[in-house]
Design a protein around this ligand. Structure first.
Ligand code: ZN
Length: 428
């Protein structure tokens, strides 16, 4: 993929020399050690495209590691041939070519790589890919917060941890409340004690190095957080606390409490000076409801919490206009292109061009892998694709004399490094 702009080749080469801050990833651990060539090559995203063009039974068959590669290949091949041009497939093809010297996904290619699958559970191998991609630091969405707090868990190399927020406000029962605050070994008896415990956990996580909050509740509930009163929230909280066998439904039964807690957590984020990263738009996997994820639903929250900084994810695919509006109009909103580059490369290129002409370019964070610790070949390929998208968008604007080449270079460096370095207080 390339632009026809005269400066493209030079600008693309410059981008290879720019270091990246990876603004969102899920490598909770390095690895695991791969045992199956199909699992090593297919990341969780291409699996969705393969699922979308086959069936529930066929995708389960393709991923069944108890079956031989040769048995599974005809089913995989049929699905792959129907989806091999998407952004997700681009990542797989680039990864195969770069790390295994295989230009395409074939049975013979998988047979050749089967005996020398790269083991990313080795931290040195894991880190060597980050070097190749020039990824200096990664914001890791970590679920093992108790382990972080008691020192029993160490994140992979180059991680800066991010506090996973959804389960703190999705609480529906006595047990869930106590599970969330277990590291403090406190018995919670009322809403105020729960809020105090959450604040203490978040403060300790910040002291342990956390640089942001992250919330992907849009997978399971709409982003239109209401603004219920403390009394409404307390009634729901007290109802399940006075009988540990009771459980609120989710999301509807949780809403008075969950929405109230979310607003309280936005205040804590403000007080701790930690940005809040929010999933918007398209969701991983297949068969989910898209309208509940549109960033436009967050407007009242963003307008109320003016001193809380919101980093909005995934280019709100496919609702680009709503994202441009929020980023243009609210000082506490930034755009984060994590995952977006491979969800839809052409959409990303177009949105990057439109951002230059409509949104302050200092409000963009240009890249996030959004993969797990076993998908390092795909993380390299995703970063490579992101560099293509950014170079194409900016080279096109140089070609039409909207920017000059030096300005394009500076914007690329700002998007990939300078903006997130400043925004997340990374001090790199
Ligand atoms: Zn993610």
């Amino acid at each position: 993929m390339r632009s026809n702009a005269k400066c493209y080749v030079e600008l693309r080469a410059d981008l290879d020399r720019i270091s990246i801050i990876d603004c969102h990833d899920h490598s909770e651990v390095a690895g695991p050690r791969p045992s199956d060539p199909i699992a090593a090559v297919l990341d969780w995203y291409i699996t969705s495209d393969l699922h979308s063009t086959s069936s529930d039974d066929e995708i389960a068959f393709i991923l069944n590691e108890k079956l031989s590669l040769e048995e599974r290949w005809p089913v995989l091949e049929r699905a792959w041939m129907r989806t091999c041009y998407t952004g997700y497939a681009q990542v797989i093809r680039r990864a195969l070519n770069h790390f295994y010297g295989e230009p395409d996904l074939t049975l013979e290619a998988l047979q050749r790589i089967r005996d020398h699958l790269i083991d990313f559970s080795d931290p040195a191998t894991f880190e060597s890919v980050l070097d190749e991609a020039r990824i200096l630091v990664r914001l890791e969405d970590i679920y093992n917060m108790p382990g972080l707090l008691d020192g029993s868990y160490t994140p992979p190399p180059r991680s800066r941890v991010v506090i996973s927020l959804p389960s703190f406000h999705a609480v529906c029962s006595y047990d869930e409340v106590h599970d969330k605050v277990a590291p403090l070994h406190k018995n919670i008896t009322c809403l105020d004690e729960y809020l105090g415990a959450c604040r203490e956990i978040f403060s300790r996580l910040k002291a342990a190095g956390a640089v942001a909050f992250k919330d992907q509740s849009a997978y399971t509930r709409p982003l239109d957080y209401g603004n219920p009163t403390r009394g409404q929230a307390e009634a729901a909280f007290n109802w399940f606390m006075e009988d540990p066998r009771r459980k609120l439904s989710y999301p509807d039964g949780n809403r008075p409490l969950g929405d109230f807690l979310f607003h309280e957590f936005m205040r804590m984020a403000r007080d701790l000076n930690l940005p809040v990263q929010i999933h918007t738009g398209h969701m991983a996997g297949i068969r989910n409801s898209l309208p509940k994820t549109n960033v436009a639903l967050l407007t009242p929250l963003i307008e109320l919490h003016r001193d809380t900084r919101f980093d909005l994810f995934h280019a709100n695919w496919p609702y680009d206009g709503d994202l441009l509006f929020l980023a243009k109009n609210y000082p506490n909103v930034t755009i984060d292109f994590c995952w977006a580059h491979m969800v839809d490369p052409l959409y990303s290129q177009e949105l990057l061009r439109r951002i230059i002409s409509s949104v302050p370019h200092g409000k963009v964070h240009g890249y996030g892998s959004d993969l797990n610790g076993g998908s390092m070949i795909q993380a390299w390929a995703h970063a490579d694709l992101a560099r293509d998208n950014i170079a194409i968008a900016l080279a096109d604007l140089v070609e039409m004399e909207y920017l000059n080449l030096d300005e394009a270079r500076q914007i690329a460096a700002d998007w990939l490094f300078n903006n997130p370095n400043q925004f997340f207080n990374l001090n790199l």
